[in-house]
Every structure is written in C-alpha cells, then in structure tokens.
Design a protein. Structure first.
Length: 365
C-alpha cells in the first residue's frame, strides 16, 4: 500500500496541545510560588502534558508563553506510568538535571527528556522535586529510544519507536463499540489519517469504516473547520488504497468547500454566502489552510471539477501575501501580531506551497 507524502507529514504537524494562562479580565496576575503556599489560580486554563513521564503539570503561562515560569505544579500522575511512585499530585518540580529551571520549564523539560532517552542518557530523567518543604533529586526512568535522525520523522528509528506503540493503542480505541459517536470530527479524521499513515494492512478495515463515515459527513455549523480535515483524510484514503467507492463523497465535500470560498479566496467560520461574502468574524486562515490543502489532495485523488483549481489558486494567492512577512495570522490580522503562529499555520502553508511547486513559499513559511 502506497502512502502519500502528505499523510504522515500532515498528521505529525497537526498533533498538538497547549494551555494558556490568562486573567480573563485584562488584569496581570502574579506568578504563584508553590513552595510558599501559592496555588493554581481558579481561573487558570488547563495544565500541560509532560511528555512520556505520565505527568501533567501547571506552570505560569502568559499569552501562550511559559518563559517566566520557574516551577511546575504536578496535577496528575497516570497509574503505571514512569512517574508513578516517584511523583504525586501536589509535588512541585523546580528543575531538571540537577539545575533549577532558568528560562522556560516547558522547553527545559523537553530537552531533558530527549537527552534522557538517548543511549548515553540511559533513560534517566533527573528532576528536582519539592514536597512538603523538602527539595530532593529524584529520577524518572524512561524508555531508551535513541536520538532523532536529521530527517525525522522520516527514516528515523526513534520516531518509529514512538509512533508504533501509539498506533497500536489508537487502533484499539477506534475498534471499540460506539467509537466516534461523541468525538469531534477533526480528531476523528486525524485518528483515521494516523492509522492510514502507519501503512499496516491490519488497520485497513478500521480505516475503511472511517472512510465510509467521512464520505457521508456533513455539518450544520463550523463547516470550514471540519471539512478541511475530513476531506484531507478521505483524499489520502483514496490515493493510498485505490478505493473509488468513496469518490462521490469526496467530490461533494471538495465542491462544497470550493463553492463556500469568498470572492477573494478566504473562508470564515462557515462558508461564504452565494454572493461571495463572509459573515461573522470574517476571514479565518486557521481553517482556510487545511481546506486549501484538502482541495489540493482531492484534485490529486481524482476530483476534476473546474471549481477546485480555481479555489486553490484564489487561496494560494491570498497566502502568498504573507511570504516573508513573519507568519500567516489567525484571521485578518497583521502577520507580526502577538500569538500570530498558533495552530501550526506556517507549517501548513509550507506544506501547501510544496506540491504547488512554489519553493519560496515552502521555504519561507
């Protein structure tokens, strides 16, 4: 089974989770010191996953940036995980590798985990734990996975060691009775895309079932957000398996997206009116980029209607404006404004320009 270039790459780009610390009323909140009785603010956003440790932890976050934090308050420890028995809810992490956090605990934790997973690191992640007034150096034992290759995630043994167990667990979840009934269409499409990208024929029955769901998919609201990911998976499925039975559904989704584009090549929270006008919040690049990529993939999968290349070019023309200007903004905002690079838009734009043969766009975004 041949897997298209985009399948694994786009799936990897779109796997993400973050938390934001904000007062909600415009006020600047003080950074709590958990070693002196400080507590997580009641209006703080969710915590962060701390990699393969099995931990979740809250740290101070100002507008999606954690560089001012110097502590991580542990909020969850998964049973049976590497951290189980070493750390507990309420513990506070003050540093890694015997050194206190000094510039960004989230980044420092990531680097320490990568170092611990190497053969030289032996899987030993040293953390400075504060518990009940006492600091202590503890070690969380991680799996030794090696080092990322220069081409990661391609031709990378470490990437493969990470992905393969995750795919097996994902397949078990997808196979459960009632799977997908209450699941958002975006993660459901990405789950199916991940199983397809594995290249394992054993997962094809599950993938085919998801493709049949996708071919019949429709939504009453937020169509632009859903249709990009749903169409992307279905196009990749057709190209990877040669199953033409879902082509009518793929064509329906692609044409709805193309015809729902505004007169200038943008999309909003929903499709444009028949006059080509956007309503609500106006232009939204975050759903617009996946939609455009999905149209490129639908065309490659055999959807030949003339509306498709027209919609692709209109959107690409709009995205070209941002090349060299910093980033593609969330909506109709300056490219350099705060939080401009959320939702992986620059990576998606690079993935869009590559198959269009536009080297500058692929390299500069």
């Amino acid at each position: 089974m041949k897997i298209h270039f985009y399948t694994s790459t786009f799936a990897a780009l779109l796997v993400l989770a973050a938390s934001v610390f904000a007062a909600g009323d415009g006020k600047v909140l003080a950074i709590p010191d958990f070693t002196k009785g400080g507590a997580i603010p009641a209006n703080a956003k969710p915590d962060w996953n701390l990699g393969p440790t099995g931990l979740r932890g809250w740290m101070f976050c100002d507008k999606m940036v954690t560089k001012d934090a110097r502590q991580i308050s542990i909020t969850k420890v998964d049973a049976g995980s590497p951290a189980d028995g070493v750390l507990a809810v309420g513990d506070v992490l003050l540093g890694v590798g015997g050194k206190p956090f000094s510039y960004d605990p989230r980044t420092e934790m990531g680097k320490a985990i990568s170092a611990a997973e190497t053969e030289a690191g032996g899987g030993k992640l040293a953390l400075t734990r504060w518990r009940a007034g006492k600091e202590e150096l503890v070690v969380v034992k991680l799996a030794v996975l090696g080092t990322y290759s220069a081409t990661a995630p391609y031709q990378c043994p470490k990437s493969r060691r990470i992905v393969e167990p995750g795919i097996k667990t994902l397949a078990l979840n997808v196979a459960k009775p009632g799977y997908g009934k209450s699941l958002d269409p975006i993660p459901r499409s990405l789950n199916a895309l991940a199983l397809l990208a594995s290249g394992d024929p054993a997962h094809l029955p599950l993938v085919k079932k998801e493709a049949q769901w996708t071919a019949d998919f429709s939504a009453r609201s937020f169509k632009t957000w859903y249709y990009g990911y749903v169409t992307l998976f279905l196009a990749e499925y057709v190209m990877a398996t040669g199953d033409k039975s879902v082509l009518p559904g793929l064509r329906r989704l692609a044409l709805a997206s193309a015809n729902g584009q505004s007169a200038v090549g943008s999309w909003g929270h929903n499709f444009a009116t028949p006059e080509g006008r956007l309503s609500g919040y106006g232009m939204m690049n975050s759903p617009g980029l996946p939609l455009t990529i999905s149209l490129v993939m639908a065309r490659a999968a055999g959807v030949a209607d003339e509306e498709i290349p027209k919609a692709i070019e209109l959107s690409a023309r709009l995205m070209r404006f941002y090349i060299g200007k910093g980033a593609i903004p969330y909506g109709d905002h300056p490219a350099w404004m705060e939080t401009h690079e959320d939702n992986g838009k620059c990576g998606m734009a690079a993935m869009l320009f590559q198959p269009l043969g536009e080297v500058k766009g692929a390299e500069c975004l």
